[in-house]
Design a binder for this molecule. Structure first.
Ligand code: F0G
Length: 460
């Protein structure tokens, strides 16, 4: 008989450790009130388990660290750039590879180059920086995810899919001349980290190209999306994640990428695209604000880390463990009666705070209130993806709430182990029992844009 383990283990051992420090409830209460109940404003040392983001928070491998020492820091023509370029070309097939310091820099350069006032950019769901970069061009960022993608407890294997009828209607109404490009975010972060199917990518590509509109992928979590396609879409079980990623990118004209996610690096990103004229204009803007096109604001060693990381993100053992860790927490929360976005996505478990804290109306930010409660109870830092992040001010001074009020428990890559996850589940169960005592918040101060980063709150 062959040993068939039920446990999917972390496919690595730990070579270097970083202590984390428990705090007392009193210390947490003081820290939080100083931070205006905004968890972005906490000192990270006051956080025990940090699930704010999976962005740049991962642990690098021995291969990545050893690559870093080989980084070529030449201003122009760095060997490390060519290594990165070759890797990105192998995975995406795109002709031009433009490094940037992170994903939003790629977005700013792309939209700053091709987007004009009054334009509309459709996406399944724009991430906050993508939306903000489009709006900074006085253009509209329009979210057109399928209806199932907006219903937290509705099971659909590819809840990140684009609503193609809505996309066609948008193109017909707006006119293709006012749509510089269409985007698709894989996985759909703001919609629960949900994947997009290959069939949907293919169909969207055909639709865009029928109207002569370039099709771009927001590729931050392309490897995780590829794993879901392998698991859930007929015909892909025998494909490697790399082959799936290659096919996915083959339908697109370009991508923006934050290498802080599936690039497995602590910093970095890129813009990759086929069009020569657009690439030329993007590089000119890059030189103005990021740097010469063979480093784009990165050190040579960063480009080494990304080149190695992009391959590691596509390793099957890693993806199996990664997606399983998220599902494991999701199962524990469901067993405890905590409502989450189902099925669990690629990089995070999303709690449906609207359902869990039904006594708090959206105008008092139930998801933010839950983040606050979770930190106070257990030193866990989660992030609100709800009306604080996406609420829209109305002329009468009120606010249009976001479609969903979610709390994202985001898993850094290769950082926490199963006992950390068990602790999380316990803490959430405890918080759920206290749910009726949790109070809403109101905004005491906010900046004009991207308010979730710096706003200050008061307890209602
Ligand atoms: N697109 C998506 C889908 C993202 O999730 C992010 C970042 C970006 C673009 C921007 O990339 O941070 O490198 O500038 N998401 C992080 C998060 C910050 O927490 O989800 P960046």
């Amino acid at each position: 008989m062959v040993f068939q383990p039920r446990t999917i283990i972390e496919p690595f051992r730990i070579k270097s450790v970083e202590p984390i420090r428990p705090t007392t409830p009193e210390q947490r209460a003081t820290a939080l009130s100083k931070a205006g109940y905004n968890l972005f404003l906490l000192h990270a040392d006051d956080v025990l388990i940090d699930l704010l983001t999976d962005s740049g928070t991962g642990a690098m491998s021995t291969v990545q660290w050893s690559g870093m020492i080989q980084g070529d820091e030449s201003y122009a023509g760095s060997r490390s750039f060519y290594k990165l370029e070759q890797t990105v070309r192998e995975i995406t097939g795109f002709k031009h590879v433009i490094p940037t310091h992170q994903g939003r820099a790629a977005e700013r350069i792309l939209f700053g180059t091709v987007c004009n006032p009054g334009d509309v950019v459709p996406n399944n769901t724009h991430f906050d920086t993508t939306r903000a970069n489009i709006e900074a061009r006085s253009a509209e960022a329009r979210d057109l995810v399928i209806a199932e993608g907006r219903q937290p407890s509705y099971y659909h294997p590819f809840k990140g899919n684009m609503d193609l009828d809505a996309l066609r209607a948008t193109i017909e109404t707006v006119g293709s001349e006012h749509i510089p490009l269409c985007m698709l975010t894989v996985t759909n972060n703001s919609g629960g980290g949900q994947p997009v199917s290959m069939a949907n990518v293919r169909a969207m590509s055909e639709l865009c190209h029928t109207y002569g509109i370039p099709f771009f992928i927001d590729a931050c979590r392309f490897a995780e999306n590829s794993w879901f396609i392998k698991q859930r879409e007929a015909g892909y079980a025998d494909h490697t994640p790399l082959q799936i990623a290659q096919e996915l990118f083959s339908y697109a004209d370009g991508c923006t990428m934050s290498a802080k996610k599936d690039g497995m690096a602590n910093i970095g990103g890129f813009l990759a695209l086929n069009d020569d004229a657009w690439a030329e204009r993007c590089k000119n803007l890059l030189i103005l604000t990021e740097g010469f096109p063979t480093y784009g604001g990165l050190a040579g060693y960063d480009m080494e880390a990304i080149a190695a990381g992009l391959h590691e993100a596509l390793e099957e053992d890693y993806l199996r463990y990664r997606i399983r860790s998220i599902a494991y927490l999701g199962e524990k929360l469901l067993a405890a009666g905590i409502p989450i976005v189902e099925p669990t996505g690629g990089h995070a478990v999303y709690i449906d705070a609207k359902a869990m804290l039904s006594h708090i109306p959206p105008r008092h930010y139930p998801a933010q209130a839950l983040c606050v409660a979770l930190y106070l109870a257990a030193g866990i830092r989660a992030v609100e993806i709800g009306s604080v992040m996406f609420g829209r001010p109305l002329p009468d001074g009120s606010e249009e709430p976001a479609a969903m009020e979610l709390v994202r428990l985001t898993f850094p890559r290769r950082v926490y182990t199963q006992s950390h996850v068990d602790y999380l589940a316990e803490a959430l169960e405890y918080t759920a029992h206290q749910a009726e005592n949790i109070r809403g918040l109101r905004i005491a101060w906010q900046p004009p844009a991207l308010r979730h980063f710096t706003a200050r709150f008061e307890i209602v």
